[in-house]
Each structure stands twice: as C-alpha cells, then as structure tokens.
Design a protein around this ligand. Sequence first.
Ligand SMILES: [Zn+2]
Ligand SMILES: [Zn+2]
Length: 385
Amino acid sequence: MNLNALSFDWDDYDGRLRSFQKSQIISIMNDYYNSDINVAKIISKYSISKNVKRLSKEFPLVFLEERCPYDGSNLVKQMPSRNGYSIRIPKCPICGHELKSDCNCNGCQEKKKKILKEKRKIIISNYTINTDKVKYDNLSVSSKIFLSALLHAGLNDEATEISGEKIIEEKLAPTNEFDQIILDHLLSENIILIDPMSPIDAFSVDNFPNEYYIFKVNYLINVETDSKGIGYLEYPDRNNIIKYKEECLRIWKQIALYECLEYLIKQMKEARFEFNPQKKTRLVINHLIEEYSIGQIWNLIYGSVNNAAAWYQKSNVSKKHAANSVITTLNNRGDRAKAENWKLNSYHRSYDNKLSQLSMVFFDSILQIGSEGYEKTPSINLINL
Ligand SMILES: [Zn+2]
Ligand SMILES: [Zn+2]
C-alpha cells in the first residue's frame, strides 16, 4: 500500500497511538501494510500499549474523494485491516453522515421527511375523490351485506375507518380472493374509499402511487349516516334485506363456493399436492352447490383428495397427475352420490379454521339459520323472514 498517496485526517486524530509522532505512526503503518512482520512483533517493536487489540482501528482516518452531500466535506474512512476483510463505512467528519442506506444523521432525517412529504402529496392528489356520500337506502343487498361484514372485520377502535390489517386478522371472507372481490365491489360503488392518509408503505414502490396493498391501506366509509350512526351499517335491518330472496340465494352460493375452495386448498396442501384452483374447479364446485350443502361438499372433497393421495402412494403415477385427478374425481363422486342416493354426512369446520365475518353475518344475522347454512343445500325456501 502506497501510504504517501493517502491523505490522513491528522487534525482530528484521537487514536491510541497519539503519544507517537506522525512519522512514527507512518512507520507503524508501513510495517503493518507493507511488511511480513506479524502484528505482535510490530506491537513490541514500537512498545505499543497492550490495550491495543486491533491496530488498524488506531490509525488515523483517511480522506476520500467523495464528498458529503450536506456540507461538501471530504468523507473519511478507517484504514482497512491487514487481511482487508473488514468493511469500513465512509463517514463525514463534520456532520456525521455515513454512506449507508439507514444513516440517521440530521441531513438524512430531513431528506427522508421531505421525501415522505412529497409522497404524501402525490397520494393525496391521487386518492382524494370528490364524491357525494352514497345513500344507504340506495345500496344493493350485496353491498349492504358486504359492508356489514367489512365493518365487523375491520372497523378501527375509534370507529372512523376500516383498517386493512384488521381485515386479514379478523378474516373478512373465506379466502383472500373473496376479500378482494368484496373490497373491489365496495370501492367501485364509492361505498368505501382509499384513505389518502394510509401508511406510505401501503403503496407499492414500483408503481407508486397507482398500486397499493389491499391489506395495508385503510378505507374510509363513504355512506351517509343519519342519527343512527355507523351501527346501522354494521348491523343492518335484516327485514330490508331478506325480502330480496334471489339476491340472498346468490350470495349464499357465492359464500358456499369460497368455503369449498378454502377447504379444497387446505386439503390439497395437507396432501402435499400443488394446487391453484382454475375455472374448471369453480365449475365443478358450482355444479355441486346446486345439489349439496357446504358440509356435504367438504365430505366429497375430503374423499377425492384422499383417493388421489392413496393412488399416488400405491402406483407409479406422477404427483401432478394424481393432483389433477382430484377435480375429475370430485365431479364424478358428486354425480355418483346423486345417482345412487348416497347418504352424505355433512362435515364440520375444523377447529383451526376460523369462521369468516361474512359467513357469520350472513348465516347468523341475515338468514338467521346458523349452522344450517352449512348443512343444508342453498335454497330459496330457507330464506324467510
Ligand atoms: Zn457532512
Ligand atoms: Zn446521513
């Protein structure tokens, strides 16, 4: 190492070699970097204090070409260790700014604040929607039910807005896909709005601010509330909903589809089959929902997945092939059960599978049929005042 080419910060030098003269320190450095003398010998050669454990850390800091972005001073760096393994971070001798992403110097703190302020401005201008509040009486049955479930799951303690994080903690719907459908529906009708004051990191860095994380942003409720307040939205009057029987039946079937998909995904996972439900899976389940209860379809799913797992165990068939057979088997078992009049027991929810807020609101508060929602085939005859 050519020490002559380096410029050292002697003015601020405060290392343990400070009792030595400059020229002596240079000689020590020369021995350290440019000779084979081992460190213990160097220490005894110059009678350096035994307290010095790592010699390179006691050398003066060296000036770098790079300058501090805040005050223009040349940055300094500790001298490397002899083997060159240790990482030395350049630092500003004036303001303490360090060349690392998490530097917390005043300059960096101010810079971060400024960036956040600018980002907030962009979010506000993108997500502030000038729209009148929606009239509750104009909402469709699905909107009323979805909103009620969303408030059950995500309303914050101050009852001012819906927390994206709580939606997932409290399980809005049986699957995340259904969560998204509910949120998209309510957003498209302006019943809820993205809160422009949501955490900045709820918005994607790559496509800022157009993309956001649906379980990280918060949502504002954009519905006119009269003297009855928000409770009216969370606990809607069932009489006004239940009279729309066709729409209630449609929602029952939609919940049934996602309850079955959730169960199927879980069973496939337990059998260690790779699985991502496609259109055909939905067709098969929707077909079964016309004949069977959610609990009975769980029974059919359980049998189909276990058949495939056993087939995979006992034969040379590939795992993928066995996994693919599940949906066909499920379809066939459904038809067979009907043709042969099987007595299909309703399976129950496993203890570790939390009930969704939507299922509870719908079966317990709206239809008021409780567990029959899972044990009976969806039918208009069960939707009564
Ligand atoms: Zn500086
Ligand atoms: Zn800094």
